[in-house]
Design a protein around this ligand. Structure first.
Ligand code: NAD
Length: 337
C-alpha cells in the first residue's frame, strides 16, 4: 500500500516538496489544498494521480479521507494550528520552517505531538547539506579541538515587491518576524548545532530599508554567550543588494572552519589550509533555499517506514526555536517600528 500524501499550501515551496515526494517510492500525492483553489488545481495537474482531491481548506480535506502524511507549506502563522489538526486526526506531519511563531504555539505543538500516533518532522534541510556534514566530520575527527566561538552572516536581498506581492509576509501577526524567522533561521540553527544552548542572548533589530512597506525587521544582530566562555556573533539582513552565500565560521582551539555556501575551508593554527568544495545536489527551487529538501524529506519517510526517530523532530529543533524567541524578546519584537 502506498502512503497517501497531502500538500497544504500550494505556493512557492510546495513545488519542491511535491518533486521530492514524487521521487520517493511508496508514496502517492492524493490531495492538494490551497485557499486559492487555482493553485491547488495547478499543482495537482502537475503531480497528482487521476483521483487526487483538490480542496480549499484543510478541514475539508481531512474529512474527505485521511492522508497518512500532510506537508504543511502555508504561511508561518498557520503551521501550528494546521499541524495540530492533522496530529489530532492521527496523521503524520511534515512542516515547513519555522516550527512556530511564538513560545505558546510551540508548547501547543509539543502537546499535540505527544498525544498523537502521528509523527512530526520539521524542514531544516540545511542540516542535510554536504557542507554541514563536512563540518560535523571535521569536528568529530578532533584535531581542531573544541569549538570556542562562532559567527554567522546572512546578507540577502528582499525588495518591496517581495512584501507587496504577499498577503502574509512582512507582518508580525502572520510572518512572526522577518530576516531572522524567515531568511536566517537555518543559519542560526547551524550555528547552534555546533555551539549548543546559550545562557546569554542579547540582541537588537531594526528596519532600515523598507520602513513603511513591511513592519518586521530587515536586520537582526545577536550576541550569544555559552557556558565555558564560548561566544557567538550573529548578523542577518535582507536589506542587502543581492543574495550572498551564508557565511558561518567556527573558531576552534587549534584552528578554524569557515563554511560559505558549499565551500568549507579549514585553517589550522600550525599553518595548513584545506578547502573542500561540496555539492549536495541540484536545488529544486531557488538556489538560496539550498539543496537539502529531498534528503530531509526522504529521511522523514525513512523514519516512518522503519519506525525510527526522525532527526528533525520537535525535540531536535527546540533549541533553535527557543533561541530565536529569546533574540526577538531581547530585541523588543514589534516595539521598534
Ligand atoms: N525550508 C526553506 O528553506 C523554505 C524556503 C521557502 C519557503 N519556506 C517556507 O514555506 C512556507 C511557504 O512559503 P512560500 O514561499 O511557498 O509561500 P507562498 O505564499 O508562495 O505559499 C503559501 C501558500 O499557502 C496558501 N494558503 C494561505 N492560507 C491558506 C489556508 N488557510 N489554507 C490553505 N492554503 C493557504 C497560499 O494561498 C499560498 O499558495 C513558509 O513557511 C516559508 O517559510 C521554507
Amino acid at each position: 500500500m502506498k502512503r497517501k500524501v497531502a500538500i497544504v499550501g500550494c505556493g512557492g515551496i510546495a513545488q519542491v516538496h511535491t518533486r521530492a515526494i514524487q521521487d520517493l517510492e511508496g508514496t502517492e500525492l492524493c490531495a492538494f489544498v490551497d485557499c486559492r483553489l487555482e493553485r491547488a488545481k495547478k499543482l495537482a495537474a502537475q503531480y497528482g494521480g487521476a483521483g487526487a482531491g483538490i480542496y480549499e481548506g484543510i478541514e475539508e480535506m481531512l474529512s474527505a479521507g485521511k492522508p497518512d502524511v500532510v506537508h504543511i507549506c502555508t504561511p508561518h502563522y498557520l503551521h501550528v494550528p494546521m499541524a495540530i489538526k492533522v496530529l489530532e486526526s492521527g496523521g503524520s506531519v511534515f512542516m515547513e520552517k519555522p516550527p512556530a511563531i511564538s513560545r505558546e504555539q510551540f508548547a501547543q505543538l509539543e502537546i499535540a505531538a505527544e498525544g498523537s500516533t502521528g509523527k512530526l518532522g520539521v524542514c531544516f534541510q540545511n542540516r542535510y547539506n554536504a557542507s554541514t556534514k563536512k563540518v560535523d566530520e571535521l569536528l568529530r575527527e578532533g584535531s581542531l579541538g573544541e569549538v570556542k566561538g562562532g559567527r554567522a552572516f546572512v546578507t540577502w536581498n528582499r525588495g518591496a515587491n517581495y512584501y507587496q506581492d504577499s498577503d502574509w509576509r512582512g507582518r508580525w501577526e502572520t510572518e512572526g518576524g522577518g530576516a531572522l524567522i524567515n531568511q536566517s533561521i537555518h543559519a542560526l540553527d547551524l550555528l547552534l548545532r555546533w555551539l549548543g544552548e546559550p545562557d546569554v542572548v542579547e540582541a537588537s533589530m531594526g528596519n532600515h530599508h523598507l520602513r513603511g512597506v513591511c513592519e518586521v525587521e530587515d536586520v537582526t544582530e545577536a550576541f550569544l554567550g555559552f557556558p565555558g566562555g564560548k561566544r557567538a556573533c550573529f548578523y542577518a539582513t535582507t536589506a542587502y543588494v543581492s543574495d550572498e552565500p551564508v557565511l558561518i565560521e567556527l573558531a576552534c582551539e587549534n584552528g578554524s572552519i569557515r563554511l560559505e555556501g558549499e565551500r568549507v575551508t579549514v585553517r589550522y593554527s600550525r599553518g595548513e589550509e584545506a578547502v573542500f568544495l561540496l555539492k549536495t545536489g541540484s536545488s529544486a527551487g531557488k538556489s538560496y533555499w539550498g539543496c537539502g529538501h529531498a534528503a530531509c524529506i526522504g529521511d522523514f519517510y525513512h523514519s516512518l517506514e522503519y519506525g525510527t526517530s526522525y532527526a528533525n523532530d520537535l525535540g531536535a529543533v527546540a533549541n533553535t526555536l527557543r533561541v530565536m524567541m529569546r533574540i526577538y524578546e531581547s530585541a523588543g519584537r514589534g516595539s521598534l517600528f
